[in-house]
Design a protein. Structure first.
Length: 334
């Protein structure tokens, strides 16, 4: 495996949990020399130093922290900078139009980032492609929310390169985790009939039909013939259900972590699915039926209705449990 990379991502998430928090600059290259056992020990000591229940939960009024997840290589030599975020609120979803309060630089302030921020930690939300001669520059995502400014600095340092194992560990895939991961390609998704723009009236129900294809990987974990029914667990050992988690081990209070908080995730038992989110525009009055749908015969069918007029960008994420691929639909609601 690549324990240093996985530790790096979980360390980032651990930093996002704590408050206060400065800009999320990448760790220094020398951090690569830390042995995984040492990293685990340090994290355990820090966690142990925080009394149970010491973290204050805020329903609203907190800021949003952009997060650089890492970078990917493209076949043409260019790179993808991958971002997510942490909305520190437990209830308040925040809307920040592209501009001084939500911008990426250098270049255009609008580079495809979301303007609607769901609560808590959302990983691998979007990608920004940079040219192969990007070099040592930083790509900076700035968010100003509830009176506080936060920045994420994307860099091509080798330490930040994303691979399949990093995605698999962080997204809680049901596939076996081995030193050599099985071949897996990201799913593809497009709207049926090539529709990318729609109009609707308030209260009208629109059909969302996506064509989804995948290579059939990852394969489910191998199980003995007499094994008990399979359950899906998050990284803390909590059992994931259609409405959240219980656990660890299926009992006790729910534990919070990036996987349990993720809006984009497969329903238990699904190998390939689509999750719909409001990517730009308010979620107030928006209703998906259902929000997460399994792919059947190459199609994922859902519907959406709106309670208020406005312009909305909906994003559907095709998800094979490890990789996600988005498709966007712009809807003008009158």
């Amino acid at each position: 495996m690549a324990p240093v990379r996985i530790s790096r991502l979980w360390t980032l998430d651990f930093r996002l949990w704590l408050k206060p928090l400065g800009p999320l600059k990448p760790l220094k290259p020398k951090a690569q020399s830390l042995k995984p056992a040492l990293v685990a020990t340090v994290l355990a000591l820090v966690a142990a130093s925080i009394p149970a229940g010491a973290q204050t939960r805020y329903a609203k009024g907190q800021d949003v922290v952009p997060a650089f997840e890492g970078w990917e290589r493209n076949a043409d030599g260019s790179f993808n900078m991958v971002f997510g975020y942490m909305n520190r609120n437990y209830e308040e979803e925040i809307d920040l139009p592209v501009g001084p309060d939500n911008m990426i630089e250098p270049g255009s302030a609008d580079q495809g980032q979301p303007t609607h921020f769901y609560v808590r930690r959302q990983q691998f939300v979007f990608k920004v492609r940079v040219p192969k001669d990007w070099g040592k520059k930083d790509l900076i995502w700035t968010i100003r929310a509830n009176g506080k400014t936060e920045k994420a600095y994307a860099t091509l340092l080798p330490f930040w390169e994303l691979g399949q194992l990093v995605y698999q560990e962080n997204r809680g895939s049901a596939a076996d985790i081995t030193d050599t991961p099985e071949p897996n390609e990201a799913p593809t998704i497009k709207m049926a009939n090539g529709v990318s723009q729609l109009t609707a009236r308030v209260g009208e129900t629109l059909s969302l039909v996506a064509d989804v294809a995948d290579d059939g990987h990852p394969l489910p974990r191998r199980r003995a013939a007499n094994a008990p029914p399979a359950v899906r667990r998050d990284s803390d050992g909590a059992v994931i259900t259609g409405t959240g988690t219980v656990g660890p081990g299926g009992s006790g209070p729910r534990r919070e972590n990036p996987l349990t908080q993720a809006v984009v995730r497969l329903e238990p038992g699904a190998a390939l699915g689509v999750t719909w989110v409001v990517y730009r525009g308010s979620t107030d009055g928006v209703k998906f039926e259902p929000q997460r749908v399994a792919v059947a015969n190459g199609k994922a069918t859902a519907s959406v209705s709106f309670g208020k007029p406005g312009s909305y960008v909906l994003r559907g994420y095709a998800d094979d449990g490890i990789y996600v691929t988005p498709v966007d639909v712009t809807i003008a609601v009158r």
